[in-house]
Design a protein. Structure first.
Length: 278
């Protein structure tokens, strides 16, 4: 089938070229991970999503709940692509990186996020649960599948309707917690070369967590500015419902109309935040 060069785009040409090749079968590890994510989302929402929905959730930026870095992190996790554990088994001199020395176990993403004594995971998940407690809703059991399927989790009201504010907050807390654990693990194993006396302290982890949520609140405030973002600006009501009863614990400089009460500290025009993940 021919195509007019005048209307042909690079995306369409690339899609046509790929379509002419043989279909690449999905990796067994990827299929297994996707099934874990589907089962976890189904357990929380009562409806198991499709595999395609899991992948699409990593591209959604509609409510700015999941950051680009987190989506890239989960995309690699769904492919079991992080260079941990068994990845190093046949790498010669690097084979010693297979195990978690402090726990004497093979390192895996499950181990890093939920079991390791050096990744700070226990402290981070405790902080995440404490933050969620401000909503008055129960904190669900978090698994590797929940982390990978975070984009499809929904929090519903007593009448069965989706609570958009609480759903967005849950995605923020879950994604920031999981990614922080990964960052802390990489900092200690690579940046600090696994020196025991340089392990992250509880005080340090708490400070990092509060800084993360503080930044998210400020960014949310900034991107409600329609002057800067136009149609892509977040609705003030969505931001207010997201951080209701929680914002004042982490940031007392957010406009009162965005947190449903409190002291109006600043009224300056919100500036567009810097960085790729704005």
């Amino acid at each position: 089938v021919g195509a007019r060069l005048r209307t042909l785009t690079q995306a369409r040409a690339y899609e046509a070229v790929r379509g002419r090749g043989k279909a690449t079968p999905e990796r067994t590890k990827t299929l297994r991970r996707v099934e874990l994510a589907k089962a976890a989302v189904g357990a929380l929402t009562g409806t198991e999503p499709t595999s395609a929905a899991i992948w699409r959730s990593l591209k959604s930026r509609r409510t700015a709940a999941l950051t680009q870095k987190y989506c890239a992190f989960v995309w690699r996790m769904l492919h079991d692509g992080q260079k941990v554990g068994e990845y190093w088994e046949d790498k010669g001199a690097c084979s010693t990186r297979k195990d978690c020395d402090q726990c004497n176990e093979v390192e895996s993403m499950e181990h890093i996020l939920f079991e390791c004594r050096t990744s700070g995971q226990e402290t981070v998940w405790k902080l995440a649960e404490e933050a969620w407690a401000a909503t008055g809703l129960p904190w669900p059991e978090i698994t590797i599948g929940t982390v990978m399927g975070a984009g499809l989790v929904e929090i519903r009201n007593e009448n069965g309707r989706v609570n958009k504010g609480r759903t967005r907050l849950f995605k923020i807390i879950l994604s920031e917690a999981a990614y922080l654990i990964w960052v802390l693990r990489c900092e200690w194993r690579i940046g600090r070369e696994q020196r025991v006396h340089e392990m992250h302290t509880v005080t340090e982890i708490c400070a990092r967590w509060h800084l993360l949520l503080n930044r998210r609140i400020k960014v949310d405030w900034a991107i409600t500015n329609k002057t800067s973002y136009g149609n892509k600006a977040l609705q003030k009501s969505l931001v207010m419902n997201t951080w209701l009863h929680l914002a004042t614990r982490y940031n007392n400089a957010v406009r009162a109309d965005l947190i449903g009460g409190g002291v109006l500290v600043g009224t300056a025009t919100a500036r567009r935040p810097p960085g790729r993940n704005r």
